[in-house]
Design a protein around this ligand. Structure first.
Ligand code: SME
Length: 160
């Protein structure tokens, strides 16, 4: 299989660069999107710090339906347009939420989540197939560095 040991004491950018290489290695040559979602959720859950949940909601019709994830059991169906995930899907843009309590309509699956980032996932044709949702246990856990890295990683895996 593959081996990934993140450098100790490195920057967040260094961590993301290592995670991108690891993600590309474990998804290389695999075309099944759900299998790739499962491995990416597990990889990022293991190595991004202070996470409470990491996983995918797949777009099926007008809904987002729970897909591969790591963490506690979560809400199964979210309407496109509802919550942070639904807004990311409706707008096709990444949502960074430093304080989930300040986001109108936030869907709380677990009260331990303090902040969140949701990144839309597009296929090679540019269709939105899913969103990737990462929840943090600390306020403002995610920033533009995470956004850029996750958008690039998901684009390479699912959009290529
Ligand atoms: N908080 C999300 C719902 C999904 S859970 O966090 C796993 C939202 O508001 O869309």
């Amino acid at each position: 299989m593959f081996r990934f040991i993140p450098a100790r004491g490195g920057s967040k950018s260094d961590l993301h660069a290592g995670l991108r290489d690891a993600a590309l290695a474990i998804t290389d040559g695999e075309r099944d999107a759900v299998a790739n979602m499962a491995n990416l959720a597990a990889l990022l859950w293991q190595f991004l710090p202070d996470l409470n949940w990491a996983g995918f909601y797949r777009r099926i019709g007008d809904e987002l339906v729970l897909g591969p994830f790591a963490g506690k059991p979560a809400c199964v169906r979210i309407p496109v347009g509802g919550g942070v995930c639904g807004r990311a899907a409706a707008e096709g843009t990444t949502q960074i939420v430093p304080d989930v309590d300040a986001f109108p309509g936030h869907i709380a699956c677990d009260s331990r989540s303090a902040s969140e980032i949701v990144v839309p996932v597009f296929d090679a044709a540019g269709a939105l197939i899913a969103v990737f949702d990462v929840d943090g246990t600390t306020p403002a856990a995610f920033d533009e560095v995470d956004q850029a890295a996750l958008e690039q990683l998901l684009g390479k895996v699912f959009g290529a």
